[in-house]
Design a binder for this molecule. Structure first.
Ligand SMILES: NC(=O)c1ccc[n+]([C@@H]2O[C@H](COP(=O)([O-])OP(=O)(O)OC[C@H]3O[C@@H](n4cnc5c(N)ncnc54)[C@H](OP(=O)(O)O)[C@@H]3O)[C@@H](O)[C@H]2O)c1
Length: 323
């Protein structure tokens, strides 16, 4: 691991590299681009890679990891690989088989972090977004606390080093933390977090429980047409963010990432371009003043690029809560 990239300690004793590389790709982008991007990312020094069953690119990510290991560029133990359990596999007996499928595609014996993608179970089956005849999502009622117990078993079986959640609100986290017989706490909650939605309350809550907040959409998302409102503000064009960037002689992307790192958040950053990948790694090379941090705090408007409205009818829809 490059000495420029610090780690953050997780509540189970493992460590997560303080910046991760995001691998989601919009549907229209060919999978070969994901393979190319993951290869470039590992080549320029990323050691923390975030992927998911639902991204349908675990095979490409696996190929990139293996080819870099074979070429002697990295060792497996230097890599931190995250994948996610999709919502159609929340029934406890489906968790381990789903993880095993991910491991096979990734060509790994274990992942470093396995997280529940959303707190919202959907009907099990081959379809990742199962719909009824009216086109409504078919939801499931399985209790995510039961799913959590199955994740704990995957950790005990050595298939994953750490377990966590994504897109949980604080009440949902609380339910896991208060679950009778809890064996392992979630190490992280991966949520949308950036200057327009700085998650200060959820972050305080997570810190109080020793849970790391991992940020997706840190750069304002890739603005994928299938999920993001195309009229939403372009985060990296924000004039205040650009002003802080100019003052610090850094790009808006670096300022957006540094704002999170300095608050103890672990950001993910995605790009298909080597120059941007390299630039984003400079996040550990400078600091923002308290005044600049305050200016950036002022940009918060609790705005979500990814409100996941397709889940809005589910009783576990996480974003009706304030945090
Ligand atoms: N848990 C969840 O529910 C969830 C949801 C969404 C995402 N995620 C994860 O989080 C990751 C990150 O989110 P994201 O992919 O939506 O996007 P993101 O990291 O917020 O933003 C990526 C965009 O930022 C631009 N960018 C990157 N570095 C830049 C730089 N130095 N200068 C200028 N522009 C730069 C890229 O533009 P270019 O076109 O120029 O490369 C790209 O379009 C995902 O890939 C995925 O792994 C998780």
């Amino acid at each position: 691991m490059s000495s420029r990239q610090p780690f953050v300690r997780l509540n189970d004793g493992h460590c997560i590299p303080a910046l991760g590389f995001g691998t989601y790709k919009p549907i229209e982008v060919p999978k070969s681009k994901s393979l190319e991007a993951a290869n470039l990312a590992i080549g320029v020094g990323y050691r923390h890679i975030d992927t998911a069953y639902a991204y349908q690119i675990e095979e490409e990510i696996g190929q990139a990891i293996q080819s870099n290991i074979k070429a002697g560029i990295v060792k497996r133990e230097d890599m931190f690989i995250t994948t996610k359990l999709w919502c159609t596999c929340f029934q406890p007996e489906l968790v381990r088989p789903s993880l095993e499928k991910s491991l096979k595609k990734l060509q790994l014996e274990h992942v470093d972090l396995f997280i529940m993608h959303y707190p919202v179970p959907m009907k099990a089956g081959d379809n990742d977004f199962p719909l009824d005849e009216q086109g409504k999502l078919l939801l499931d009622t399985v209790d995510f606390c039961a799913t959590w117990e199955a994740l704990e078993k995957c950790k005990d079986a050595g298939l994953v080093k750490s377990i966590g959640v994504s897109n949980f609100n604080h009440r949902q986290l609380e339910r896991i933390l208060n679950k009778p017989g809890l064996k392992y706490k979630p190490v992280c909650n991966q949520v949308e977090c950036h200057v327009y939605n700085n998650q200060s309350k959820l972050l305080d809550y997570c810190k109080s429980k020793d849970i790391v907040l991992v940020a997706f959409g840190a750069l304002g998302t890739q603005r994928y047409k299938e999920w993001v409102d195309q009229d939403s503000p372009v985060l990296l064009n924000d004039p205040v963010l650009c002003g802080v960037a100019k003052k610090n002689k850094r790009s808006p992307a670096l300022i957006a990432l540094r704002y999170l790192v300095q608050r103890g958040v672990v950001p993910l950053a995605q790009s298909f371009y080597e120059s941007e990948m390299k630039e984003n790694l400079q996040v550990f090379e400078f600091q923002l003043s308290p005044e600049d941090m305050k200016i950036l705090d002022g940009l918060n408007k609790n705005f979500r690029y990814l409100p996941a409205q397709f889940f809005a009818d589910h009783p576990e829809y996480p974003f009706s809560e304030e945090y």
